[in-house]
Design a binder for this molecule. Structure first.
Ligand code: PLA
Length: 430
């Protein structure tokens, strides 16, 4: 019996060997991923790829929201250069804690909640350093899913395209709310308020704190007050994405107005902050996710859960960008220099809005281009159709997203005339 069993085992193992061999010969190593199709190009970062591949000397990139000086060159702020000089001697290369740099986070909270915020002193804010604004949104989406697994997120129409990916990958169902009015090229305030009222009580809403991307349309202070009131009535949870603090008005304090209004009304909310744009730290991936809690005990618990979400994803955030930010914001002189430099960037963009509008008017465009100067922040939501955008790219080597969004940060004294002329050519017979 024992002999027969061992023979059987040998046969079985041989047949499974044969099975493996057959399977191996039928599958080259590439077949592991045979079913993988190429992913669609990212609607924003794909534009940069296409721009880089274009050999034309005339090419213009007004796609991604990355600030350029008037010579079209990327900018490293003086405050950043000085901070780099000061930290150059540091040989600290250890891991940051899971929640990131405590100093950086503290300074970042002051920008959003106010320099002398009682909430910071009372330790009511659970906050962690994040992988820039994207990482803050994603961490929040995962947190939302973990603790409110049946919840949804209300997202404005339109919004930054990546918001959809972020909440999709966190498995949070998405609903939309009215935001932009194509005819007026302004805010659809009535539609927005209706959607807030009609959403089930206690819904999660994603709000752009300032410089709405892609439309450049923000609610007025009065409108924010009404929105805040209605959120209170409905018990909704506001989540602010604040990727452009300082880029709307030139003053980070003024750009935090919506958040301060919600604070005054006693809301609990979350904020995603980013230093990509306002400190020009795009590639450093430094930002902050904060969740305002009822008390310190709740904040401790929430922070520990945010850290637990971060640990298996990236363990702890990168050090260098956090050091730059805490060096700048922790020093009164450097902070003042930063505030001046933010204003210079915002003002240059505002100047380019006027220049683009004037150039189009000089060309006797039959269309109204008033919205270029009415909108604020990094982007102009031009109203051009995808087909018109395709013509701009194919005939004029001008690169932008197909929703007609122009990154005003890429417009310069040198290219504004060329850009206006091309826009006029593709829109004049519309
Ligand atoms: N939130 C909004 C509303 C944004 O527009 C962006 C960046 C982010 C978050 C994320 O920025 P961060 O992760 O770099 O901090 N939007 C850019 C770039 C500037 C991009 O698409 O990634 C844009 O061109 O729309």
């Amino acid at each position: 019996m024992a002999v027969r069993n061992s023979m059987l085992n040998r046969l079985l193992s041989r047949s499974s060997d044969l099975g493996v061999a057959r399977w191996m010969s039928s599958s080259s190593s590439s077949s592991w991923w045979k079913s993988v199709e190429p992913a669609p190009k990212d609607p924003i970062l794909g534009v940069t790829e296409a721009f880089l591949a274009d050999p034309s000397p005339d090419k213009v990139n007004v796609g991604v929201g990355a600030y350029r000086d008037d010579n079209g060159k990327p900018v490293v702020l003086d405050c950043v250069r000085e901070a780099e000089r000061r930290i150059a001697g540091s040989s600290f290369m250890e891991y940051l804690p899971m929640g990131g740099s405590v100093k950086m986070v503290e300074e970042t909270l002051k920008l959003a909640y106010g320099e002398n915020s009682e909430l910071i002193k009372d330790k009511r804010i659970a906050a962690v350093q994040s992988l820039s604004g994207t990482g803050a949104c994603r961490l929040f989406a995962d947190f939302q899913k973990r603790f409110h697994p049946d919840s949804q997120i209300y997202i404005p129409v339109p919004t930054w395209a990546n918001h959809h990916n972020i909440w999709r990958d966190a498995h949070v169902p998405q609903r939309t709310y009215h935001y932009y009015h194509p005819e007026t090229k302004g805010l659809d305030f009535a539609g927005l308020m209706d959607d807030i009222k009609n959403a089930p009580n206690g819904s999660f809403f994603l709000l752009h704190a300032c410089a709405h991307n892609p439309t450049g349309v923000d609610p007025s202070e009065e409108q924010w007050k009404e929105i805040s009131y209605q959120f209170k009535v409905k018990g909704h949870f506001p989540f602010f994405d604040m990727a452009y603090q300082g880029f709307a008005s030139g003053d980070p304090e003024r750009d935090a107005k919506a958040i301060r209004i919600f604070l005054e009304d006693g809301h609990l909310f979350g904020i995603a902050q980013s230093y990509a744009k306002n400190m020009g730290l795009y590639g450093q991936r430094v930002g902050c996710l904060s969740v305002l809690c009822e008390d310190e005990k709740q904040a401790v618990a929430v922070k520990s859960q945010l850290q637990q979400l971060a640990r298996p994803m990236y363990s702890n955030p990168p050090l260098h960008g956090a050091l730059i930010v805490s060096t700048i914001l922790g020093d009164a002189d450097l902070k003042n220099l930063w505030l001046k430099e933010v204003k210079v960037m915002a003002d240059r963009i505002i100047g380019m809005r006027t220049a683009l509008q004037e150039n189009l008017e000089k060309l006797r465009s039959p269309l109204s281009w008033e919205h270029i100067t009415n909108q604020i922040g990094m982007f102009c939501y031009s109203g051009m159709t995808p087909e018109q955008v395709d013509r701009l790219t194919n005939e004029f080597h001008i690169y932008l997203t197909r929703n007609g969004r122009i990154s005003m940060a890429g417009v310069t004294t040198g290219n504004v005339g060329y850009l206006a002329n091309a826009i006029h050519e593709v829109t004049k017979s519309a």
